[in-house]
Design a protein around this ligand. Structure first.
Ligand SMILES: O=C(O)CCC(=O)C(=O)O
Ligand SMILES: [Fe+2]
Length: 274
């Protein structure tokens, strides 16, 4: 298998973008429409579709932070694990079912993009372990409303996964380039691939995490769609590379890295049976 260009870009400059074909861009647009319908419902309705540990479905504002619990991220979110709507409380209700169907359609798009990155990395590192990312990854939608006070809607951080595929419907995302935080110029219809701390551990430091933050442009609302790619979480896996030191337990790192942001351990889910 040849080295795909997103993997090449990750290795050369620590981030990459992946173009979305027109029909996939439509799937994304449809997901944003359904997300906006979900998030504009009242708080009580939304809370019915979140698990009490905040791993599945709706997560209200204030539960997640980037650096310190006193400065929560200025968004609520919705999390969809392993392409399994049944993990979301009340998943059959009209107040969430159309949104979940749109998530499932976008899952295929994002998983296909993740496949391209992972195939390229496997080719580069001569890697043969099956990472089973479809069982251990999740989609997350962030919903931001106009915020008059803060300069940053999310403080500078790195994500705690192999990588994140990110796309927003408005400006704000800034990424560290040559030591400076600069507006990410991703271009319409493309996904930004941001390496996270688990990929850094997997590559023995070769691919650093992409630090990023969200600038406040006083938008009325902003939607970010993230696909957070984890390796399998149920057992330890071989890293892509070792630096001769002690082997890192990558799966354990991926299960617990959310604690930096106030999140519970990642759920270890059974692989799909179909
Ligand atoms: O909203 C964005 O552009 C980025 C969100 C983000 O970095 C995160 O939720 O980890
Ligand atoms: Fe992030």
């Amino acid at each position: 298998m040849s080295l795909t260009s997103p993997a090449r870009d990750l290795l050369d400059r620590s981030h990459a973008t992946i173009p979305l074909p027109a029909e996939d861009a439509e799937v994304l647009a449809d997901l944003r429409t359904h997300a906006a319908r979900f998030f504009t419902q009242d708080e009580e309705t939304k809370l019915r579709h979140g698990s009490s540990d905040f791993n599945f479905g709706y997560r209200p504002y204030g539960r997640q932070y980037s650096v310190s619990p006193e400065r929560p991220d200025m968004n609520s979110s919705f999390t969809y694990w392993a392409n399994d709507p049944a993990k979301v409380p009340g998943h059959e209700a009209d107040t969430v079912a159309p949104f979940l169907k749109a998530m499932a359609r976008y899952w295929r798009v994002a998983a296909h993009a993740a496949d391209q990155v992972l195939a390229g990395l496997a080719a580069h590192y001569g890697y043969h372990d099956d990472l089973q990312f479809r069982t251990s990854s999740y989609l997350e939608i962030n919903w931001y409303l106009r915020e008059p006070e803060r300069d940053l809607l999310q403080d500078r951080h790195e994500d705690g996964h192999l990588f994140t595929l990110a796309t927003s419907d408005g400006p704000g995302l800034e990424i560290e380039t040559d030591g400076e935080m600069k507006q990410a110029t991703v271009g319409d219809g493309r996904l930004l691939v941001m390496p996270g701390s688990v990929l850094t551990a997997m590559t023995a430091g070769h691919i650093p995490p992409l630090y990023h933050q969200v600038r406040n442009h006083q938008l009325q609302r902003r939607i970010t769609t993230l696909f957070l790619v984890n390796p399998r979480l149920d057992r330890n896996i071989a890293p892509y590379a070792t630096a001769g030191g002690e082997a890192v337990d990558v799966a354990a790192l991926a299960r617990t890295s959310g604690s930096m942001f106030g999140l519970p351990p990642a759920p270890v889910l059974a692989p799909p049976t179909v």
